[in-house]
Ligand binder design. Structure first.
Ligand SMILES: [Fe+2]
Length: 371
């Protein structure tokens, strides 16, 4: 399968992975053919990219930390809990705990998978998608750190709740387009304390450590964060994990005002935050499990060859296994010509090839006979 942005989707392409709307409803099922109307529908609900079948990429299955249907259902539940909260000022903690449990189970069942960050997002649900994504990434880090189930659950709940205090900040400030003035920034910076106080007073039976994630996720390792300027191990380990997941997800997410970074770009930014904003030891563990060139990504080599990433290994993620697709003259390779960068140390990836150029290589997803 191949990921294409909606602007490159064309009638005749065949959907390779179920597409869900923001409410968790199935919009288009795997195997359905795109039509002009269907593409317009996807655009209208804010789908930015989809997976389509491509005979050249047929066996390239993009692994996920969380299956799309589990992710979409979790987002819908978090959205419902937080939206109800704005109206009733009550938090359905049981529902969130259930969602946390499902995310932990899902990540554990895929725990051999590196983080490929291939999820499809819609425009309007950033806050809820972000909470779920931060939760999944945090659980993945917890798994790598050898956490038992009970700790993973606390961590997951803390991650889902990390920004609950934002529900207590006026929406005009939260959603203000453009720059915030200093007073507005001060108001937003109250969200960790507001969230913590709310949870402690109204939901005293929830894990106190999970509440501390809400309180401490903006603390920085060198003491330059807020609200209390805590340092190093005075910041609870869960909050140090969630801070990493929070920054990473914010970097790679598409926002209305900018496209998300690619994983290898986000990797470099995170490296610059080692031991100042973020806990370096935990960050390194996370980065070892991040596919900087995710499966399905097309790259150009310093030899001029083009290839698609077909395998990524932990610790070797800068040297993935490729299937070569074209040489520097643009002539297509025939069959499965594999190239393992781990055994070709004088060859390097020079860049990630943008979608337009992939299509220019002649690798268009086409309707297959019989599909
Ligand atoms: Fe926050």
């Amino acid at each position: 399968m191949q990921r294409v942005s909606i602007s490159h989707a064309a009638p005749g392409m065949v959907v390779a992975r179920n597409i869900f709307g923001a409410d968790g409803k199935l919009m288009l099922a795997e195997g359905m053919e795109l039509t002009q109307n269907r593409i317009r529908l996807l655009e209208r609900i804010g789908i930015l990219s989809i997976y389509v079948r491509n005979p050249y990429f047929e066996d390239v299955v993009i692994p996920e930390v969380m299956r799309e249907e589990v992710r979409v259902k979790a987002v819908a539940k978090v959205q419902q809990v937080f939206r109800d909260f704005r109206i009733t000022h009550q938090l359905n903690a049981d529902k969130l705990q259930n969602t946390a449990r499902q995310i932990v189970a899902e990540v554990l069942s895929n725990s051999k998978v590196m983080l490929h960050m291939t999820e499809i997002r819609t425009h309007d649900d950033y806050t809820f998608v972000h909470s779920v994504q931060v939760c999944a990434i945090s659980v993945l880090i917890g798994t790598v750190m050898g956490y038992p189930n009970a700790k993973l659950m606390e961590l997951a709940l803390g991650a889902l709740l990390h920004d609950v205090g934002k529900m207590m900040i006026p929406q005009e400030i939260l959603n203000k387009p453009g720059k915030l003035d200093p007073e507005e920034i001060d108001v937003i910076r109250l969200h960790p304390e507001k969230g913590f106080e709310f949870l402690r007073q109204r939901h005293p039976t929830l894990s106190l450590l999970a509440m501390h994630v809400a309180f401490q996720h903006h603390e920085k390792f060198d003491g330059s964060g807020y609200p209390r300027g805590l340092k190093k191990r005075d910041i609870h380990e869960y909050a140090r994990i969630v801070a990493i997941a929070d920054v990473y997800d914010a970097l790679v997410s598409d926002r209305p005002y900018r496209a998300g970074m690619l994983p290898h770009e986000a990797y470099e930014i995170l490296m610059a935050l080692v031991d100042n904003h973020l806990d370096g030891e935990i960050l390194i563990l996370f980065l070892r499990n991040l596919a900087v060139y995710p499966i399905g990504c097309v790259v150009e080599l310093n030899t001029g060859d083009y290839g698609v990433v077909i395998d990524v290994r932990s610790g070797l993620q800068w040297r993935p296994v490729l299937r070569l697709i074209a040489d520097k003259q643009g002539k297509l390779y025939q069959g499965d010509v594999q190239f393992d960068l781990a055994t070709h140390l004088t060859t390097a990836i020079s860049r990630v090839v943008p979608e337009d150029e992939i299509f220019a290589l002649g690798y268009r997803p086409v309707k297959q006979a019989g599909s």
